[in-house]
Write a new protein. Sequence first.
Length: 373
Amino acid sequence: MRGIIGHDAIARQLERAAERGRLAPAYLFAGPPGVGKTTLALALAQTALCTAPHDARPCGACRACRQIERRNHPDLMLIEAGRSLGEQDATPTRARVIPIERIRVARQAAALSPLEGQARFFLLRNAEDMRPEAADALLKTLEEPPPRSHFLLTVLDPSLLAPTLVSRCQRLALRPVPLPEVAAALRAHAALPPEEVDRLAHLAQGRVGWALQAATSERFRTQYEAMRERLIGLCHAGDHDRLAYATELAERYERDRRALDEPLRVWATWWRDVLLAGLGRDDGSVHIDLGALARAVALQLTPPAVSRYLWRIAEAARLIAGDVRGHVAPDGLFVDAARVAPGAAALWPTGSVNARLALEVLFLGAPRPARVA
Ligand SMILES: [Zn+2]
């Protein structure tokens, strides 16, 4: 498949199925953000809808290929939280969930014949953003899949979806792409000095999409660096700053479910770097430009203390990831309850307050090494 970096076995498997006209009714692309789930799903739609001869598909040049690249092919419907392609308001909104209406529209369209090509595709990004009723509606369609309609779901982790839904999909686990391949992609797509290629390839942790975005967008890189600097600076910050940061992150999370992905990843990888430095194993570090700082911090802490804290980061991430699934009441209720009576927050088992509490505990409980010159 064109433009796919890594994931060779999965790409070949999908290519063969498309060639033989034997695509499954639903595929579940699972993996971290930026690893290539959407790219692979779109390449599959291109392979199936491309009008070039079989062995040249997807050609990337025909009308169908170009329409899919721009995500406006009549037989491709994109469904995601707060955004839906083919509508005028294709801008991200504050919505955190995939509205059930979108699933209903997709179900109706799936029952119809393709408009231009041989098949219809429904790309459901971040399927974990569906509430149970939307997932149930989708499940009904997948229980009696309409011929020539294919659902392509992307998800962070299949455990965030109902097992009944997962069982109806062919699962494709996208592993992080090996570092040399990420570095090669960076060299091919951006003119960066070798040390910057190396640094970004390490920070990417196998997410090619992330690496390419970081390499080609200065704005993305600036925002990322500011976030990373502030986060790592929390190491030496007092309660006030730590709490302020937790509150700020929780508020961003209320508006955008993806807002915590990158900060939590940076926080976890930073502390893992500190642990590796403490064990004298920093050849596996992610923040290779901050090695000296990691070693200085590691000198003040014991490896068991750092690994206990890493465990707490994982726990907080798990708790927050489970947030949407347990969502039963409007977010406002939780938020208001917390403002009126902060102590009462613990009584609410789900919702944004849960994320806020998890973040407060996480940052206040972080190790406190002294600042080093
Ligand atoms: Zn084509």
